[in-house]
Write a protein that binds this ligand. Structure first.
Ligand SMILES: [Zn+2]
Ligand SMILES: [Zn+2]
Length: 147
């Protein structure tokens, strides 16, 4: 199957609307401490590479959570919307922010070594540790203390 096509989505209140064209409808979870604190749980995303287009950024809040990444949310309702690698212009968009979740497949879990013991997904997925993620994205090793 080639691409998932263009999908639309937005925040809880509708002030921020976007479209994106993820390569696949494959959902990944991030268990890192920053994602969990920010999104109130493991952050479930679709990789949208550079395809994200915001309709109107007036209500888009941007928090620079590390030297290399930003976390964006709705200033009105607080919905966490996406994580962006600044230099690579790569977007991981909240799977639950999309309007249509048909065909979603849960495929991967990253920062599995930071997952707290109190929950476990029953899904069988690929997993990566934080160190493996940093290596895959070619982020400097001395920045591994936080995502
Ligand atoms: Zn909103
Ligand atoms: Zn994370």
């Amino acid at each position: 199957m080639s691409g998932a096509g263009t999908m639309t989505g937005g925040c809880l209140c509708g002030a921020v609307r976007f479209s994106a064209a993820p390569a696949k409808r494959e959902v990944g979870a991030c268990h890192c401490g920053m994602c969990r604190r920010w999104s109130a749980g493991p952050f479930l995303v679709l990789d949208c590479e550079r395809s994200l287009e915001i309709e109107d950024a007036t209500n888009l809040g941007v928090y620079r959570s590390s030297e290399w990444a930003e976390r964006c949310f709705c200033k009105q309702c607080g919905t966490p919307l996406f994580y962006r690698l600044v230099e690579k212009d790569f977007y991981a968009v909240s799977a639950e922010a999309f309007d249509d979740r048909d065909g979603y497949e849960f495929k991967s879990q990253i920062f599995i070594d930071e997952k707290p013991a109190y929950y476990d997904f029953a899904n069988k997925t690929a997993t990566m540790t934080g160190a493996e993620v940093f290596a895959a994205f070619a982020l400097p090793a001395d920045r591994q203390a936080k995502e």
